[in-house]
Design a binder for this molecule. Structure first.
Ligand code: CTP
Length: 404
């Protein structure tokens, strides 16, 4: 499920001060299980040494000299052919211009010419250079030819000015690479809604009724589904500030907004995974102005919200594309019986019975534990593990359900 595992990734470095960030990118990719081959252009070598890249990847960092020494036989062809992904981090205006023109005046440019794999470009340059009509035309041409781009971002530039031209942060570049590498996996072509986080039901413009859900398990599941090739729609509440790169991220606040977002996307999706902690009740009236204290006892009238998962389950026949419906049961007592009852009542294909009684798992925690239960009542216990591990277990079940 890890899209980087065993992948040959070329990290190409061209002439820009952002080259120093390439070492971090190469290091993270290596630790994630990729075989990273650094390739530096002569201008790239002026900003960062091959030795640095070699040290963090454990591989020879190729430079133009390798083209002529004969030590690495037709280096560009071998590198280009073997690569699963080529990343240009950073890509200077000059280098993008050369690639757009099909020039091969460096080992890196030749490697791209000889490759068949996706190429991810992270431009880095001064704002005026990026805005220049020639650069823009080159970017456009490369996009049309199927090159992938991440950034550039707006921010402080080496010139001292601020503008668009700054290389994206390594985390974003790595997320873009992860997305590209995951596209051909087992859930390819499957569109899946994942909901995450606790909803907030407004009492007045300042206060709300909320819950402790952080959205971490939902995000981990969305990431695992995407890593397996799915197209993910992540419907999330403010509890989760992170967005999932590559997914359609939809922000909602209340249970009603979440319900609307889920149902408006429902006809197009193959699966729904309701991980969000949706409020069961909301204030009958939301005050328009901030409620003033009176010092006296106050009563809040609540009314039931829609049970989104139940409504989907009850109406499954109206959504022929929908094959898999999964939920989470947050239980503090009688875990299995409660979860099984929810699975049945809501017409689910599976439910993850989440034990929230202990401090080490569940809400706000980095870990979780519970039981994965399918329609036939078969259970798989998942012992205390990271939310990512739990997500991977659930996605394995998902792949199985789609193949049935
Ligand atoms: N759920 C939902 N809409 C709601 C409440 C819950 O879609 N209004 C979904 C949750 O996302 C979860 C599943 O239903 O996948 C079970 O949620 P949970 O809070 O465990 O159970 P409830 O059905 O709300 O029942 P109770 O609170 O009584 O345990």
């Amino acid at each position: 499920m890890n899209p980087f595992a065993g992948k040959n990734i070329i990290v190409g470095i061209t002439g820009s001060i952002a080259a120093y960030k390439a070492a971090e990118i190469a290091s993270v990719l290596t630790k994630a299980g990729a075989n990273v081959q650094p390739v530096l252009t002569p201008a790239g070598e002026k900003f960062i040494t091959p030795l640095t890249l070699q040290s963090v990847t454990g591989n020879h960092a190729s430079v133009d000299n390798d083209l002529w020494t004969g030590e690495h036989h037709v280096a560009h062809i071998t590198l280009g052919h073997d690569a699963d992904l080529i990343m240009i981090t950073p890509a200077s205006a000059n280098f993008m211009g050369k690639v757009a023109c099909g020039l091969g005046d460096s080992l890196l440019a030749l490697t791209i010419l000889a490759s068949h794999c996706p190429v991810l470009i992270a431009p880095a340059m001064d704002g005026d250079m990026y805005a220049n009509a020639a650069t823009q035309a080159n970017v456009e041409l490369l996009r049309e030819r199927g090159f992938h781009f991440v950034g550039p971002a707006q921010g402080h530039l080496a010139s001292g000015l601020t503008g668009v031209g700054r290389m994206s942060e390594p985390t974003e570049i790595i997320a873009a690479a992860r997305y590209i590498l995951s596209r051909d996996n087992s859930l390819k072509g499957k569109k899946i809604i994942v909901t995450a986080g606790g909803t907030r039901e407004a009492i007045d413009p300042v206060r709300y009724i909320g819950n402790r859900s952080s959205g971490k398990q939902g995000l981990a599941l969305a990431q695992a589904a995407q890593d397996s090739g799915a197209d993910v729609i992540l419907i999330k509440t403010p509890a989760l500030t992170e967005k999932l790169y590559g997914a359609e991220n939809i922000e909602v606040v209340s249970a009603e907004e979440m319900c609307n977002a889920v149902f408006s996307n429902l006809p197009d999706v193959d699966g729904v995974l309701m991980v969000a902690a949706v409020a069961d009740y909301k204030p009958q009236i939301t005050a328009e102005e901030k409620i003033k204290k009176t010092g006296k006892r106050m009563t809040l009238q609540l009314e039931a919200t829609t049970d989104i998962l139940y409504e989907i389950g009850e109406n499954r026949n109206r959504f022929p594309k929908l094959k898999v419906l999964g939920g989470f049961a947050a239980e503090s007592e009688d875990l299995l019986n409660n979860a099984k009852a929810k699975l049945k009542k809501k017409h689910l294909d599976f439910i993850f019975a989440n034990d929230i009684s202990s401090n080490e798992s569940g809400f706000e925690s980095e870990q979780n534990k519970g039981f994965l239960i399918d329609r036939s009542g078969i259970m798989r216990e998942v012992s205390l593990s990271s939310k990512q591990k739990i997500a991977e277990e659930i996605v394995t079940e998902l792949v199985k359900l789609f193949s049935e």
